[in-house]
Design a protein. Structure first.
Length: 326
């Protein structure tokens, strides 16, 4: 009888161990290190006159002239390739792109952007949201964002959710066609409302919630003609439901802002352009690396910045800095 009891006890203990192991795989208690790369605003070139005159629109012509006179000297494909090589060499668990792979939403730009992304990673390792340049003018979906849809699997509609282990990436689309000389963005009530639902549900399930958007999400982070129109309304959603990170681009500068939410501090991080030469006040190309883990019930996030050097043509990294305490 003693042997029988001992065997029963051992069986129960083994089952408890299996159950505990299963618990460790749940979002709420999993603490495995996760690395996330973030880049933005690649603005792949070159552009030709045919891009401006095929399906002619005045804004495309102005954008093409801007490229020819100025932007082609700033956004260099060899720098973009160096940034891409740096990210792939780092072997992150996932890569987030916050838009502006193209320039004037010309037809051939989207297949080229898709090929560039294919060289970066497959659709399970890269998540993308559109920028204002993907929506530069009104273009049929089949001729534009459809080429990039594999990296936005559940889109349209937005927001979409990509779950990677205990990380939830929530993609928003702030791009919409704007009149000449405007680069503003807007989410609209539908995206904001569904974002709130996602944040609430994923927060209750214990995921690290990372929001991806092209335009800076808080008020006064961009000039009015380039700003997110409903930034104040989005800020209220983020405050009410909380999140851990918000990633954006658009301003071509590294940016770090903090937002106090109902469940703690949300870090709002902007990436520089991933193809920019550091001339005339323009910040050098770079990308951000986040190292995320759950420690004693709280999310701990470290940030390491990677910057392209014009002197060496190489990408160098800073020492990791802690964003969120354990």
């Amino acid at each position: 009888m003693l042997v029988s009891v001992s065997l029963v006890g051992l069986w129960k203990a083994l089952n408890r161990t299996r159950f505990t192991g299963s618990q460790r795989q749940s979002p709420r208690s999993h603490s495995v290190h996760f690395t996330l790369a973030h880049f933005s605003d690649v603005h792949l070139g070159p552009l030709g006159l045919a891009d401006a005159f095929t399906h002619f629109k005045l804004k495309r012509l102005v954008g093409s002239l801007s490229w020819s006179l100025n932007r082609r000297k700033l956004h260099r494909p060899e720098i973009a390739d160096a940034i891409r090589a740096s990210m792939t060499a780092a072997k992150p668990d996932h890569i987030a792109c916050t838009g502006d792979l193209v320039n004037i939403a010309a037809g051939h730009e989207f297949p080229r952007a898709a090929r560039w992304l294919e060289a970066l990673g497959n659709t399970s390792t890269v998540s993308l949201v559109p920028g204002n340049h993907e929506c530069y003018v009104d273009v049929p979906h089949a001729e534009s964002l459809a080429h990039l849809a594999p990296w936005m699997k559940d889109a349209p509609p937005f927001p979409y959710v990509h779950l990677r282990r205990n990380i939830a990436l929530i993609g928003l689309n702030s791009g919409s066609p704007q009149r000449l000389h405007r680069a503003a963005g807007e989410l609209g009530e539908h995206q904001r409302r569904n974002l709130g639902h996602h944040l609430e549900r994923l927060g209750q399930q214990g995921f690290c919630r990372i929001v991806m958007i092209h335009h800076p999400p808080l008020p006064d982070l961009a000039k009015p003609r380039k700003a997110l129109v409903d930034a104040a309304a989005l800020t209220e959603v983020l405050k009410r439901h909380g999140c851990e990170l918000v990633l954006h681009g658009h301003n071509h500068h590294f940016m770090h802002n903090k937002l106090n939410t109902a469940v703690g501090t949300a870090h709002v991080i902007g990436a520089p352009s991933a193809s920019m030469r550091p001339v005339a006040g323009h910040e050098a190309a770079g990308w951000n690396e986040f190292r995320i883990r759950r420690v004693t019930g709280a999310w701990q996030i470290e940030l390491c910045r990677h910057t392209w050097s014009p002197d060496t043509g190489e990408v160098t990294a800073t020492a990791p800095a802690l964003l969120s305490p354990a």
